[in-house]
Design a protein around this ligand. Structure first.
Ligand SMILES: Nc1ncnc2c1ncn2[C@@H]1O[C@H](COP(=O)(O)OP(=O)(O)O)[C@@H](O)[C@H]1O
Ligand SMILES: [Mg+2]
Length: 391
C-alpha cells in the first residue's frame, strides 16, 4: 500500500518510512507534504491508500483543510498522529470519517496494529468478486444508456452495492450526462494512457461519482485525441474493477469491435436492450447472429424490452420465439418521468421515485441481486405467469 505523510518532522518521516518498509507487504511512504495546505496545493497524481497526518503543529484552519483532503482522497484511509494539543481538530477528523488516531511520540506497535486494521479492511474490499453486465442497444435510441445508468444508480442506492459503469462508446459517449451534471475530469482514454498505474484507488479517482457507491467512467470525449482503448486495456481494467466493485455495468452502444468483444468476453451476462417493434427485432436478430457466429454461448444473453406497453400487436412470447433468447425484464414506456430525468441528468429514481420507470428499475435490482442465489425459473413465472411483485 502507498502512503502519503503530512508532517514537517523529518525524523518522524524516516521512522514511519523504515517501519513501513519492514512490513510484509511493505507500506511504501511514497510522498510527503509539510502541511495540509501543502497536501491540497500539490495533490498526488495517484491517490494514496493511506494518508498519515501529523497534527502536532496544527492551526485553526486545519479542520477545514483536513475535511477537504478527506474528500479529495475519498477512497484513502486516514490516520491522525496527535500530541493531544488540538482536541477540536480530532473531533473534526472523527466527523470526517477518520478512524485511526495514534499518540505521539509514536509507539511502533500501535502503528503496526493500526496499519494491520487498515490492511484488513482494504483486504475485504479487494476480495470482492464483481459481476460484469453489458447493456447493448439493438438500435440507436433503444434505451441502453438510460437503463444501464439508472440501473447502476438503483443498484447502489437500493441494494447498497458498489457499482461502476463504464461507457465503452468510441464516439458520442453520453452516459455521465444521464445521471450527473459533473464534467468528467478523466475518461476511459486517460485510464488507458496510464494503465501501468491502475489499481482500485486510481480507478475510483477517475470516476464521475453520482453517489459514493456509484461511479461512472466516462467515454473518451474526442476519439481523435488521446489514447484509444485496446483490448488488453479492457482486460486489465475489468480485472481490477472486479476486485473493487460488486457490479460493473458496461454501456456498449451498438458497435461490435475488438474492444467491445473483449469486454463482452468478460461479462457474466449480456443484456441487449430493444423495443417491441420490428426494426428493433430485426437488429436484435442480427446482433444475436453475430454472437452465435463468433461462437458465443448465448446462455447468458437475456433481453430487456424497453418502452413496453401491454396489449400491443407483438407479444413477448413472439420475441422469445423470434430471437431464441429469454426476456429478463420489461421497462414500461414512461415518457414524462424518463424525459424529465434524462433532460435534467438526474436518475429517475431520485427525481420520480414513484414513477413506473423507477419502480421497474427497482424490480430489476431485486431480480438481479436475487438471481445470484435463485434459479432463473422464477423470472419466467414473474413475467408471464404470476402478478407483479409476487416473487
Ligand atoms: N422507458 C422509457 N420510457 C420513455 N422514454 C424512454 C424510455 N427509455 C428511454 N427513453 C427515451 O429514449 C431516449 C433514448 O434512450 P437512450 O438510453 O439514449 O438509448 P440508447 O442508449 O439505446 O441509444 C432517451 O432520451 C429517453 O428519453
Ligand atoms: Mg446510448
Amino acid at each position: 500500500m502507498k502512503a502519503l505523510l503530512i508532517s514537517r518532522d523529518t525524523q518522524l518521516y524516516a521512522e514511519i518510512a523504515s517501519q513501513g518498509a519492514a512490513r510484509v507487504p511493505p507500506l511504501n511512504v511514497a510522498a510527503s507534504r509539510v502541511s495540509l495546505r501543502d497536501a491540497l496545493d500539490r495533490p498526488l497524481a495517484e491517490a494514496p491508500g493511506l494518508v498519515i497526518v501529523d497534527t502536532s503543529e496544527a492551526d485553526v484552519a486545519d479542520g477545514d483543510l483536513l475535511e477537504r483532503l478527506t474528500r479529495h482522497y475519498a477512497s484513502a484511509h486516514f490516520m491522525l498522529l496527535t500530541d493531544n494539543h488540538h482536541p477540536d481538530l480530532l473531533i473534526r477528523a472523527m466527523r470526517a470519517g477518520v478512524r485511526e488516531v495514534l499518540q505521539l511520540p509514536l509507539v511502533h506497535r500501535a502503528l503496526h496494529e493500526a496499519i494491520d486494521r487498515i490492511a484488513a479492511s482494504a483486504g475485504v474490499a479487494s476480495a470482492r468478486d464483481g459481476k460484469i453486465f453489458a447493456f447493448i442497444a439493438c438500435k440507436g435510441g433503444s434505451g441502453a444508456t438510460f437503463i444501464s445508468t439508472n440501473f447502476g444508480y438503483a443498484l447502489a442506492t437500493l441494494a447498497d452495492k458498489k457499482v461502476l459503469l463504464i461507457d465503452l462508446h468510441r464516439q458520442f459517449g453520453d452516459a455521465t450526462l444521464y445521471v450527473s451534471d459533473q464534467k468528467p475530469a478523466m475518461t476511459l482514454s486517460d485510464v488507458c494512457q496510464q494503465i501501468a498505474r491502475i489499481d482500485g484507488p486510481f480507478l475510483e479517482s477517475c470516476l464521475v461519482h453520482v453517489t459514493p457507491g456509484f461511479g461512472v467512467l466516462a467515454a473518451a470525449d474526442d476519439p481523435g485525441q488521446g489514447i484509444e482503448a485496446k483490448p488488453e486495456h479492457i482486460d486489465i481494467i475489468l480485472r481490477v474493477a472486479r476486485q473493487h466493485y460488486d457490479y460493473i455495468l458496461l454501456d456498449v452502444g451498438r458497435q461490435i469491435d475488438a474492444v467491445s468483444l473483449r469486454a463482452l468476453d468478460a461479462t457474466d451476462a449480456i443484456y441487449p436492450v430493444l423495443q417491441l417493434a420490428l426494426p428493433d427485432i430485426r437488429d436484435a436478430r442480427r446482433l444475436l447472429d453475430i454472437f452465435r457466429s463468433l461462437g458465443y454461448v448465448t446462455d447468458h444473453i437475456r433481453l430487456i424490452v424497453n418502452r413496453y406497453e401491454k396489449g400491443g400487436r407483438l407479444r413477448l412470447q413472439d420475441l422469445h420465439a423470434a430471437l431464441g433468447a429469454e426476456v429478463l425484464h420489461t421497462v414500461p414506456n414512461d415518457y414524462v418521468a424518463v424525459t424529465d430525468s434524462v433532460n435534467q441528468g438526474i436518475p429517475v429514481l431520485q427525481l420520480a421515485r414513484g414513477s413506473a420507470a423507477a419502480r421497474s428499475l427497482a424490480d430489476l435490482v431485486e431480480l438481479i441481486t436475487a438471481r445470484r442465489v435463485t434459479e432463473t425459473k422464477g423470472l419466467f413465472d414473474r413475467l408471464f405467469g404470476r402478478g407483479e411483485g409476487d416473487n
